[in-house]
Design a protein around this ligand. Structure first.
Ligand SMILES: [Zn+2]
Length: 494
């Protein structure tokens, strides 16, 4: 059933601006939209698993919809790409150009120069539920609900993916929502659920003797398994609240990226120029596939709680491949994506074209189709929500993605429905984020060490609780290493 927006929103901030007399902004009728983001999901891994019946929810989605490659930014860095996905802008416009800003502090939502889709949706009276999305802390005051992750600068040493912090303010909107979230975080740890999920990725206890590097790869992965499990539980909690009926749901899960960085050489040993011991290959060869199965379970659970008539977008920010180097890296990482391999997009729903790209993925016939660009997602999503696109976005007409994946009838409705910009009257971007208490920064390393309770621990306490890495010189954060070189620092880990 279409949602019709009865209450038009009075855009008070526009009233004083050049000739915008009597402005009310309201969305046209639309179906709810659900976006499920999986960091670093790659068709080379997903398509064979779909055909083998190991990703039934993604398979079912594609069977009733369309799918293809989603081209991305280069270098492909998570905060940059996910902000592009949520704004329809490139990094030069939205201003989030790396993990850390020039002061060596993680970028925050206050530093984003352009509106994100949740701001625009709010302008048009639409409610957004946004959970775990990159660079959303501090949670913005939106019409809806936001649960914003935080990633500390010190996390560079093990895993950039953000999580919920007990002592950090402004992780939710509305603010009081945080009190509902804390018990979920505690329960994920207490319930044994995490242990079961971890045991699905790895052999616990390990069947072979592992060195310190390998134990760290597992421990760093647990961090993301935990974060994903928390955010899934939060999404389900919000979906179960009868008063939460979002027009737009945005969710992000990071583990597919984290596992791919750490276990690629065991999955695809022949792609590496150095040899990988056979017993280690046997131990870890299925870890990436397991994380994709886990992602599929997450997708199934998110969609089970979403309205049946929702349009659904599943996407990743980039793809993945083996890192072509002559010798193993000291940190053991072996999957790579800085050179921007295309990610995935799959869509289904009442406004989505059926059949585009199905044969290659579902039957292995022919090449996987090119669907569009990460910048196409927001303008296409706005069109699906009955909101005008903006002509200052990279592809204001939704680009190739909209043309290939959205039904003609819906495209006709959206045709010509655009404004010059959605950013008029938007607050000025902060030059740096709010300062974060030192205890919060230290909490990341402590929390990682605590994950040792799962029984996957490093021999060396030092390894588990490595101090924050040295602050990078300001210039370096803006110049990621060239593709296919051996990158240093956090960029390569996420
Ligand atoms: Zn990554």
């Amino acid at each position: 059933m279409f949602r019709s927006i009865v209450a038009a929103v009075l855009a008070s901030s526009w009233l004083g601006i050049a000739g915008c007399s009597g402005d009310t902004k309201s969305a046209k009728e639309h179906h709810p939209l659900v976006v499920v983001g999986f960091d670093g999901m790659e068709w080379k891994v997903a398509a064979p698993l779909i055909r083998a019946g190991r990703m039934p929810h993604l398979k079912a989605l594609i069977e009733r919809g369309s799918a293809g490659y989603l081209y991305t930014e280069k270098p492909a860095l998570s905060p940059v790409c996910w902000t592009s996905i949520a704004t329809g802008m490139r990094k030069g416009e939205h201003g989030i150009d790396n993990f850390l800003d020039a002061s060596g502090t993680p970028y925050t939502s206050a530093q984003r120069r352009t509106k994100a889709i949740w701001n625009i949706a709010s302008d048009y009276g639409l409610k957004t539920l946004c959970v775990g999305w990159w660079v959303t802390w501090p949670a913005e005051e939106i019409d809806g609900w936001m649960i914003a992750p935080y990633s500390t600068a010190g996390q560079n040493a093990f895993n950039w993916k953000g999580s919920v912090r007990k002592d950090l303010p402004d992780q939710t909107w509305p603010r009081e929502l945080f009190d509902e979230i804390v018990p979920i975080v505690e329960d994920v740890r207490a319930s044994g659920r995490l242990k079961a999920v971890a045991a699905d990725y790895f052999h616990v206890p390990p069947r072979v003797e592992l060195d310190a590097v390998e134990k760290n790869l597992m421990l760093q992965t647990l961090w993301s398994i935990e974060a994903d499990e928390i955010y899934l539980r939060v999404v389900k909690h919000m979906q179960a609240r009868p008063d939460v009926k979002p027009d737009l749901t945005l969710t992000y899960f990071g583990c597919t990226d984290v596992v791919s960085h750490r276990f690629w050489r065991y999955m695809e040993p022949a792609s590496f120029r150095y040899s990988i011991p056979a017993d280690k290959v046997a131990e870890f060869q299925d870890a990436i596939a397991k994380s994709y199965e886990q992602a599929d379970r997450i997708l199934g659970e998110v969609l089970a709680g979403a309205p049946q008539d929702a349009n659904v977008i599943v996407c990743s920010d980039h793809g993945f491949h083996a890192e072509f180097i002559d010798a193993p890296r000291d940190d053991g990482l072996s999957g790579h994506h800085l050179d921007g391999p295309p990610g995935i997009v799959a869509m289904a729903g009442p406004d989505v074209t059926a059949g585009f790209g199905q044969a290659a993925i579902l039957e292995g016939k022919g090449d996987i189709e090119d669907a569009g660009f990460i910048y196409d997602v927001t303008p296409m999503a706005l069109a699906l929500l009955g909101v005008p696109t903006a002509r200052d976005m990279q592809s204001h007409d939704g680009g190739p993605l909209m043309k290939r994946m959205v039904k003609k009838e819906r495209r006709e409705v959206a045709k010509g429905d655009s404004v010059r910009s959605h950013d008029d009257g938007f607050r000025k971007a902060a030059s740096h984020g709010p300062s974060v208490d030192k205890s919060v920064v230290e909490d990341a390393n402590r929390a990682l060490a605590e994950l040792g309770y799962l029984g996957i621990t490093s021999d060396d306490e030092e390894e588990r609780t490595r101090p924050p890495a040295k602050k990078k010189p300001a210039g370096e954060t803006k110049q990621p290493p060239a593709p296919t070189s051996t990158p240093t620092g956090g960029e390569s880990k996420n």
